[in-house]
Ligand binder design. Structure first.
Ligand code: CA
Length: 230
């Protein structure tokens, strides 16, 4: 099996070296980029399976790197773990809204960081590729372009709603538990509740309008996308 390749974006050389050392020891292939422009170039040369992205970078900062990668269909599905300094809460929120997948604050324990990287790669392996456009019944879901069409007409959705819809529609007829939905949408260590999933589903159904019954509630278990239409 090809080993997973990780891009480390970090301008502080000693931190970059420490990360490189520990992650290489775990068997990952590593590329280090010392600034934002270099990171974007490195991704276009060789698409990594995961990016560790320091936010405070000279020149093109981490948020801008995140914005560029997440808006490009070819690179939007690469998971990004932001590495943040103390007091960066605003940037963390902005980064998550841009589509970054997780964050870890400096100073971090190398053990925790390695565990997060592993968890993220495991999750990516299990979730159907969220960048692949889906066409089912009269729905088209194109996460890379952040676009949902019903009978060719665009429907506005939030990032979370689109991800949930993509997850369910990716496996029609399969029941997804609320826990699986939380994992797929947010990652394993967020305090997202089952109730929050229910709220997202209510919003999603509202936006699907006449097609709201594509999403079935499976009492006591979770949700499923209708395989066959009546
Ligand atoms: Ca930095």
């Amino acid at each position: 099996m090809a080993r997973n390749h990780i891009l480390i974006v970090e301008d502080e050389e000693d931190i970059a070296e420490l990360l490189r050392h520990h992650l290489a020891r775990e068997g990952y292939g590593i590329t280090v980029a010392g600034h934002g422009e270099e990171a974007v170039k490195a991704v276009s040369r060789k698409k990594p399976e995961l990016i560790l992205l320091d936010l405070m970078l000279p020149g093109l900062d981490g948020l801008e790197v995140c914005r560029r990668l997440k808006k490009e269909p070819r690179t939007a599905s690469i998971p990004i773990i932001m590495v943040t300094a103390k007091g960066d809460e605003g940037d963390v929120v902005a980064g998550l809204e841009l589509g970054a997948d997780d964050y870890i604050a400096k100073p971090f324990s190398m053990k925790v960081l390695v565990a997060r990287v592993r968890a993220m790669l495991r999750r990516v392996d299990h979730v159907p590729d969220q960048s692949i456009p889906l066409r089912i019944h009269d729905l088209v879901i194109n996460p890379g372009r952040h676009e949902v069409l019903i009978k060719g007409k665009p429907v506005e959705m939030t990032v979370s709603e689109l991800r949930i819809l993509h997850l369910l529609a990716g496996r029609p007829g399969w029941v997804m538990t609320r826990g699986q939905i939380v994992d797929a949408v947010r990652g394993e260590d967020y305090a997202v509740t089952d109730r929050a999933v229910d709220v997202q589903i209510v919003g999603l159904r509202k936006k699907l309008g006449a097609r709201s019954d594509y999403i079935e509630t499976v009492r006591g278990v979770g949700y499923r996308f209708k395989e066959q239409l009546p």
